[in-house]
Design a protein around this ligand. Structure first.
Ligand SMILES: Cc1cc2nc3c(=O)[nH]c(=O)nc-3n(C[C@H](O)[C@H](O)[C@H](O)COP(=O)(O)OP(=O)(O)OC[C@H]3O[C@@H](n4cnc5c(N)ncnc54)[C@H](O)[C@@H]3O)c2cc1C
Length: 327
């Protein structure tokens, strides 16, 4: 990144975090926390997806497995077996076996009614925010936008993830202020979203957790007034530029610099070599208007450690240009 515009000189450091000379102090604890957030949220996606995928199968086996055999109806394991035979005999990704094409409603009818009260069981398993979870699920089940799409291009995948997230934002399902007001909902929303579309869930966590959460926690009133509303509505899409090609978990070694120019009162953000390029930045390739660049801050030639600098990177309208590995 080269020299930034006027709005870009906006270090996300609190005034109370300065030393006697007025220079910002490094907050390694916070950095570690942010790092932990990325890793724990990634782990949470996979855990949530696996847990929720596994649960219905376990419940189904428990509740209805035996009854089907006695009624002469194919058991769930038989259906799954025929489905896996079908998949293994196919050399392409397109199914042609009847079991794979089975209508979901027909499948439900064949499996019969569970022996327990489904709403009660759902309430028990949901733990918190039951009403919000139920509305969330209704949208996922009924809105055509949420219907799974396969074999689509990278650009389509990205745009679809953004459109789905926008739909949730338009209905006010999630807010960056939930970190203060209802933190359990932040976890619940991740859990639910990851089941439907991991790409959307990743966008969601970067927008509301990594980007939004950092603005909320490290930003001042000035940043809050400018960004919090737009974060909730997706008018301001953000990304979180921590990871570098040469420094994944080893964030304190990263090499991107933010050098303060006292004459012009600007921060000059720079990538000094290829290993310092930001890498894995969700929303970075397209869609994001802002990035919080984590960089080594230099004031008067003295390294002040890693700080986040808010930098505008795109015009207001979300866009996704054709992307290639070389771009
Ligand atoms: C879907 C997705 C979205 C992402 N979005 C973002 C984003 O928006 N912004 C962003 O900044 N980053 C993002 N990341 C990057 C993510 O945070 C990095 O993958 C992470 O920081 C790990 O870096 P790495 O892949 O280079 O792994 P490495 O640091 O190379 O680690 C590789 C392996 O070595 C282990 N390891 C590393 N160091 C140590 C050590 N000291 N002791 C013991 N074991 C160690 C790790 O546990 C891991 O198993 C995203 C990643 C994914 C998968």
């Amino acid at each position: 990144m080269e020299k930034t515009g006027n709005e870009a000189r906006d270090p996300l450091t609190k005034t109370g975090d300065c030393d006697d000379g007025g220079n910002p102090r490094v907050n390694y604890g916070l950095l570690t926390f942010l790092k932990a957030c990325i890793l724990s949220v990634s782990a949470m996606f996979f855990t949530a997806v696996n847990a929720v995928r596994g649960l219905p199968r376990a419940l189904t086996k428990f509740a209805v497995g035996k009854a089907f055999h006695s009624q002469g109806i194919r058991s769930s394991s038989e259906i799954l077996k025929s489905r896996s035979q079908c998949q293994s005999s196919e050399s392409t990704r397109h199914f042609s076996c009847s079991a794979a094409r089975m209508d979901p409603q027909k499948l439900r009818d064949e499996w019969g009614k569970p022996s327990f009260d489904v709403p009660q069981m759902t309430h028990l398993l949901d733990h918190d925010n039951q009403e919000k979870r139920s509305k969330f699920r209704k949208i996922f089940s009924e809105d055509p936008l949420m219907t799974p799409k396969y074999n689509i291009s990278l650009d389509e995948e990205r745009d679809l993830a953004l459109a789905r997230l926008k739909k949730l934002c338009d209905q006010g399902f999630i807010s960056v202020l939930d970190f203060r007001n209802n933190p359990l909902w932040i976890f619940a929303a991740h859990e639910l979203a990851a089941v439907v579309d991991a790409a959307m869930a990743t966008k969601m966590t970067v927008q509301f957790n990594l980007f939004g959460g950092t603005v909320l926690k490290l930003g001042t009133e000035r940043h809050h007034d400018k960004l919090l509303k737009g974060i909730d509505t997706l008018q301001d899409v953000g990304c979180f530029g921590l990871t570098e090609l040469g420094y994944g978990n080893n964030a304190v070694q990263m090499e991107t610099t933010a050098i303060y120019d006292k004459e012009t009162k600007e921060f000059i953000v720079n990538t000094p070599n290829p290993l310092a390029q930001k890498y894995w930045i969700t929303n970075g390739a397209c869609h994001a208007h802002h990035i919080i660049v984590f960089s080594q801050l230099y004031i008067d030639g003295v390294n002040q450690g890693i700080h986040g600098v808010l930098v505008p990177i795109r015009d207001e309208k979300p866009q996704c240009d054709a992307w290639s590995p070389d771009s």
